[in-house]
Design a binder for this molecule. Structure first.
Ligand SMILES: [Fe+2]
Length: 314
């Protein structure tokens, strides 16, 4: 029998495989926005929707999972839930474990070994606390459980796969900056693009952003977190924009098969968000111990590390 390791184990129900994405596109647009890891930050949500409203033409906004996390306040939870479900939404491990907890899954993060046991244990307790909030919102669990785990969007004439984790599973780390930094990780990503028949995979989940060109016509883009800072010394979130037209606000971008694949900064009200976070997760709480430093100062990671071309992998 497989040992259950809450927060480490990837539940069987999370697995789909890249071939599952070799299906007709669910969306046909000229511009696709993808925002993963909103983590219950209502100020980042507000900023994202402002930017998205200004986008002209045929467009879609996809929330690719983990839109809940810190929002244990019922009003915040409800606001996030309503706004996200008005757009195209997919479930991440957070929504899956809120809606339909798998035995021994914990937070469902499927954390790799480089994440410490104390962080994993705190995440498992955060999901339990958040579940109490979700249970108080009528219909929330059923709505979240019904969301898909992946989709394909056709942007112009090109297919874009949207996942929460990677091409294989909801909580896979194959599209993390750590795995993509190695030649075998980059090769696995190329193979996944071929099996799914996509030019670009957009993901999130692993919490740090990466935009990596795999070859002239393939790329992986991971927005890191929409609702938390992604770079040292910064206090903005990130979303992904994939479009036939280059946008004016890209932090960095690559051009892939006629698509501009971009990281867009979500300059939310960081002071208001910090106040809201502290009200929900005061000093000493699990989320404060795991995330406050990042919320206030950003992670030890730079934008120059996130933007990569194939020749740079080792
Ligand atoms: Fe996740």
């Amino acid at each position: 029998m497989t040992e259950l390791r809450p927060g480490r184990t990837c539940p069987v129900g999370y697995r789909y495989g890249a071939q599952a994405l070799a299906a007709p596109a669910a969306l046909r647009v000229d511009t696709l926005w993808v925002a993963g890891g909103l983590y219950g930050n209502v100020f980042a949500l507000e900023r994202l929707l402002e930017l998205y409203r200004c986008e002209p033409g045929r467009k879609a906004l996809v929330f690719n999972g983990d839109f809940h996390w810190f929002d244990v306040d019922a009003a915040d939870f409800l606001r996030v839930n309503r706004s996200v479900l008005e757009h195209c939404a997919m479930r991440g491990n957070v929504e899956t474990e809120l809606a339909n907890p798998a035995e021994g899954a914990g937070c469902g993060c499927g954390y790799p070994e480089w994440v410490g046991d104390a962080d994993v244990a705190r995440s498992n307790r955060i999901i339990e606390r958040l579940r109490e909030t979700a249970l108080g919102v009528r219909g929330a669990a059923a709505a979240l459980a019904a969301l898909p785990m992946h989709l394909v969007a056709q942007v112009g004439g090109e297919r874009v796969g949207v996942v929460h984790g990677d091409a294989e599973s909801l909580a896979g780390w194959g599209f993390s900056q750590e795995v993509l930094a190695h030649a075998d990780g980059a090769q696995a990503a190329r193979d996944a693009c071929a099996r799914a028949g996509v030019r670009v995979f957009a993901s999130s989940h692993s919490c740090l952003p990466v935009l990596q060109r795999l070859d002239a016509d393939l790329a992986i883009v991971n927005n890191g977190a929409a609702g938390m800072p992604n770079f040292a010394g910064t206090r903005f979130g990130l979303a992904t924009r994939i479009s036939l037209r280059p946008g004016s606000g890209a932090l960095y971008r690559v051009q892939v098969a006629g698509l501009s694949v971009e990281a867009v900064a979500l300059e939310y009200d960081a002071v208001a968000w910090e106040r809201s976070f502290l009200a929900q997760w005061p000093p000493g709480s699990d989320a404060h111990r795991s995330y406050y430093r990042r919320i206030a100062h950003g992670p030890r990671y730079a934008a120059a590390q996130a933007l990569r071309v194939a020749q740079e992998v080792t």
